[in-house]
Every structure is written in structure tokens, then in C-alpha cells.
Design a protein around this ligand. Structure first.
Ligand code: C5P
Ligand code: C5P
Ligand code: ZN
Length: 506
């Protein structure tokens, strides 16, 4: 098997071919390159990296953010291509739709001036073990399709869409190495820091190295709580770390912190946030929590430390105490922009724009947090989660809009939320306002993904079994599609069967 560096060398060779194709197309022309990207944090980071790199090359560009590259979007793109003949880049999606793009663009329109930079499992591939099929797709689509699975790289955890765009940008110009922090923000947005204590894996570690070598990112050991919330609230309302007696009780948590001898008030008279504490104070708190948890939960300190202490990725050039200082918070901000119809704000921020734009994005973040909180409470208070033998699911009804159904579904499965069974995948369904379909978001906990659950495959199988001509897919732990309203029961039952079969095969 190739080492990390060998895989990267092969990826870079293909990126170089892609770069030459792009330069050949734009040579002597002043028409813009059309970038199409996904609306989540990774997608916006991808678009921003590409935009910045093209800007530096003085190549005009336009960025369009889509909730997904669906058939009807591809039809619109085809029309535009026939009219303008601009070079196209698809980032953070495109692999799951590559056959569609091949049919519409290459075969029908005889157009091959486009490039897919995506990390999702390609269309018609069930899993990364289908090496032969992946190799065939690589050969067939080499001129316009870059995907990590072609090089034995796991696109679900080892590199994100933004990571691929970063390597492409570096291929255009080595100076784009300063965009590495945004690639890290994108990877965190896709929850790719899945190593021990939230470290990175695979090519993401090499991207992080680039950022660290330039002094742009610093990795610090920190407590696994929100860094910008008053600490007593961050501990009490953590959905990852549950401490009987403190969880859900911010007042008692404040007393607990004060009894450790730490001054918890800042100069403005508010409770300090984690980002306002020094390393010694953090050390005292972590020792106290480890002691508390080992008594209350009867857990070994090692097990607690694994959850309590995490790597925090600090963007050193951003102001301390701002969302942009902590890559996790930065990705949250981008997600908030993308999911509240403010994608252009997110892209501008990731490209380096600040001031007014940053203030506006904070407003989007406030609204986003509010609707996430309300949606989660609504689900819990009204017992909205329904079950079949192998899956659980819920409808967003008129409370949870399509743009946040994926985030809510992620929160239900990855955090400690009452009433959610982690041994079954969960599907969230939100009705679209502009189409008679449900947007479906599926999520599975790591523990069952390790046992062989693959949602990308399950969703594609269920669509096929339900005779649905729709695109769908994603990653083993997170996948999605859209389903006509009248077919939803049939689709859910076929998901149930697909998951049951996957569990049987393990
Ligand atoms: O399209 P994209 O790959 O960018 O979206 C990934 C989605 O899947 C995000 O919503 C992310 O939170 C979720 N995800 C996850 N667990 C993983 C990988 C992705 O929840 N291991
Ligand atoms: O939309 P949602 O966050 O649920 O998507 C989960 C994952 O599935 C993402 O990586 C997304 O890009 C992918 N997906 C896809 N095709 C769809 C819908 C979602 O590849 N039609
Ligand atoms: Zn992504």
C-alpha cells in the first residue's frame, strides 16, 4: 500500500493535468470560470479557496452555492454551458453525480471543459473496497474528475472538499499554501478530525502541517467545551460530556468552578469563557472534572481524558475571542451562513473579508443557533422520533426547514440527546417549500459504521428498490437524497430493509 506521501504524489499528478486543461481553456479569453459548490462549511471553504486562487491568477470567476447538485440543477448548468461555454468547477459535490455530468455534458453537449473536485464516494460505487470499479472510473474520467478514493485515500475522513481544492490551489501557485487554514476549517466542518482527541488523519495531517509550518495554525490541548460560552453554561449544556449533578444546572456548575479557587468573573463582570482562562486554570479545572467524573460515573480517568481533552485548532492571525480564532467555531459560522441563505457572507469571510461582513455573519449565527435549539426542543418535547426495527426517523413538519434538517439529524446521533438510539441510523425528513419532495438526511453513529453500516449505499439501494430516479449518496456515516412526498413510506421501509441487510452481513 502507498504511503501518505506517495498517495499525495499521485493525486498531485492528476491535479496538474486538471490545471493544464483549465489554463488551456481560459487562455486568451476573459470569460469567467463558473464554480459550483455545496452550501455547508466544507463547500463554502472549497469555494473560497478556489475563488481566492483564481483571483490571484487574475482569472475571473463566479461562485454559485447549491444545496445539492441535483438533476434539475445539472439541466440548468447544461443550458448555461450551451450559451456561454465557460469552464466549470464542481467542488464538494459532483462525484455522486459524475455519470449524470458525463451524460449531460460530455456525451450530449460534447463539452468537457469542467473539473470535479470532490471527496464523496462516486456514483454507483457502494464502498471503498470496490477497488476495481473505482479504478475503472478513475481511468474513464481522468481528464475532468478528481476524487481521493482514486488514490486509496478515504474521502470520508482523510481529506475534505476544501482539502482537495487546497491542493488544486497549491498546484496553480505554491503561494496558495497560506490557504491551508481554510482547508482545515472545511475538514472540521465535515467532522473529519476523528483521530484520538480529535486529531486529524491521512492527508488532513499534511495540510495541517503546512498551516503549522507557516505559523498560521497552532494546535493546543484544551477542554472539550464550547470556547466562547460562559464556562459554567458550556459545561452544563455540553451534549458530549455528561456530569451528573452539574449537567443542565449552570448555577451549580458555577459554584463547582468557584470552589476550585478560580476567579470566574471577567473584567466586564460576566462569567469567563474557556478562551479567557490561562493554561494553569484549565489544568485545575480538568483535574477537578476528572476527579468528579471518576467518582460520579465510576469511570477510569483514561476514559474520561479521551473525551475531555481535545485538540483545538487555533488560527493564530485571527483575533482571540472571535469565532474565527477557533477552527471549529469558524466552521460553525460558515455553516450558519450557508444554512440561513447567507452563503455569500460565508464565502467572503473565508476569502479573508472582515468588518461589516463579519458582523452580519454573527447575526446569521445567532438565528441559526436559535432555530437549532428550538428544533431540538420541539423533537424532544413532542417525542417526534419514530422507529422501525432497524432505523429511526422523524419528520420536520412545519418546524424544521430543509436547510437545517441535516444539522439537526447530525446533532441527534452524534451528541447525547434523550430518546435517540445510537445503535440505529436516523433519518430526518423535511418538506421542501418549492417542490413536492422531502429532503432526507441520514446519519449513523461511528459505532455502527464500524460494524458495517453504510448509509450512502443504504440510501442508494432504497431509492432503487423504491423505483426512484433520484440522485443520492454521501459517506457511510452521513448521506442524503430527496424523495417525492407520496413515496416516502415506501422509501423508509426500503431503508429499514437495506439497513437490516447490512447488519446481517456483518
Ligand atoms: O457534503 P459533505 O461531505 O460536505 O457533508 C458532510 C456532512 O456529513 C456534514 O453535515 C457532516 O457534519 C456530516 N458528517 C458526519 N460524520 C462524518 C462525516 C460527515 O456527520 N464522519
Ligand atoms: O444534506 P445532508 O447534510 O444530509 O448530506 C449528507 C451527506 O450526503 C453530504 O455529504 C452530502 O453531500 C451527501 N449527499 C449527496 N447527495 C444527495 C444528498 C446528500 O451526496 N442527494
Ligand atoms: Zn465535504
Amino acid at each position: 500500500m502507498d504511503t501518505e506521501k506517495e498517495k499525495l504524489t499521485k493525486l498531485l499528478a492528476d491535479l496538474k493535468i486538471a490545471k493544464n486543461n483549465l489554463f488551456k481553456h481560459v487562455e486568451g479569453k476573459n470569460t469567467p470560470i463558473n464554480i459550483y459548490t455545496h452550501l455547508d462549511a466544507d463547500g463554502l471553504s472549497s469555494g473560497a479557496i478556489l475563488g481566492k486562487a483564481l483571483y490571484r491568477e487574475k482569472i475571473p470567476f463566479q461562485i454559485t452555492v447549491l444545496r445539492q447538485l441535483e438533476k434539475r440543477e445539472i439541466a440548468k448548468i447544461l443550458k448555461k454551458v450551451q450559451e456561454y461555454n465557460n469552464f466549470l468547477i464542481f467542488s464538494d459535490f459532483g462525484s455522486g453525480q459524475y455519470l449524470e455530468l458525463e451524460t449531460e455534458l460530455v456525451n450530449k453537449a460534447k463539452f468537457n471543459s469542467f473539473l470535479i473536485l470532490d471527496h464523496h464516494i462516486p456514483q454507483n460505487v457502494s464502498n471503498k473496497e470496490e477497488v476495481k470499479l473505482i479504478e475503472q472510473i478513475h481511468e474513464k474520467t481522468k481528464n475532468w474528475h478528481i476524487n481521493p478514493y482514486f488514490f486509496g485515500i478515504d474521502g470520508s475522513v482523510e481529506i475534505s472538499g476544501a482539502g482537495l481544492c487546497y491542493y488544486f490551489a497549491k498546484c496553480l501557485n505554491q503561494e496558495n499554501i497560506d490557504l491551508s487554514p481554510i482547508a482545515i476549517v472545511g475538514a472540521i466542518g465535515d467532522i473529519q478530525n476523528q483521530g484520538l482527541n480529535k486529531s486529524f488523519l491521512g492527508l488532513n495531517t499534511l495540510i495541517l502541517e503546512d498551516a503549522m509550518n507557516l505559523g498560521l495554525i497552532e494546535v493546543v490541548n484544551d477542554l472539550n467545551f464550547r470556547s466562547l460560552k460562559p464556562l459554567n453554561e458550556a459545561i452544563a449544556y455540553s451534549t458530549e460530556i455528561l456530569l451528573p449533578g452539574l449537567s443542565k444546572d449552570a448555577n451549580r456548575t458555577l459554584i463547582f468552578l468557584k470552589t476550585q479557587g478560580i476567579l470566574m468573573e471577567n473584567s466586564e463582570g460576566n462569567v469567563k469563557t474557556l478562551s479567557e482562562l490561562n493554561q494553569d486554570e484549565k489544568q485545575i479545572i480538568s483535574t477537578a472534572i476528572i476527579e468528579y467524573a471518576s467518582i460520579k460515573l465510576d469511570l477510569e480517568p483514561n476514559k474520561i481524558i479521551k473525551k475531555l481533552i481535545i485538540n483545538r485548532y487555533i488560527l493564530k492571525e485571527e483575533p482571540a475571542g472571535s469565532e474565527l480564532h477557533d477552527a471549529k467555531e469558524f466552521s460553525n459560522l460558515l455553516n450558519a451562513c450557508g444554512r440561513t441563505h447567507n452563503s455569500s457572507l460565508g464565502i467572503a469571510i473565508a476569502m479573508g473579508n472582515r468588518k461589516d461582513i463579519y458582523q452580519q455573519s454573527k447575526e446569521a449565527l445567532k438565528n441559526y443557533r436559535k432555530s437549532l435549539g428550538e428544533s431540538l426542543s420541539w423533537i424532544q418535547e413532542n417525542d417526534k422520533i419514530q422507529e422501525k426495527d432497524s432505523i429511526q426517523y422523524f419528520f420536520g413538519e412545519d418546524v424544521i426547514p430543509e436547510n437545517i434538517i441535516g444539522t439537526i439529524t447530525s446533532m441527534l446521533i452524534f451528541e447525547h440527546i434523550k430518546g435517540v438510539d445510537k445503535s440505529k441510523p436516523i433519518f430526518g425528513l423535511a418538506k421542501r417549500t418549492d417542490e413536492d419532495v422531502y429532503k432526507v438526511s441520514g446519519r449513523a453513529h461511528e459505532s455502527i459504521v464500524n460494524q458495517g453500516i453504510n448509509l450512502s449505499k443504504a440510501i442508494r439501494d432504497a431509492c432503487k428498490q423504491s423505483n426512484l430516479d433520484v440522485l443520492g449518496g454521501g459517506h457511510p456515516p452521513a448521506a442524503g437524497t430527496k424523495i417525492p412526498i407520496e413515496k416516502v413510506e415506501l422509501f423508509l421501509e426500503n431503508c429499514n430493509i437495506a439497513i437490516r441487510n447490512q447488519l446481517r452481513k456483518k
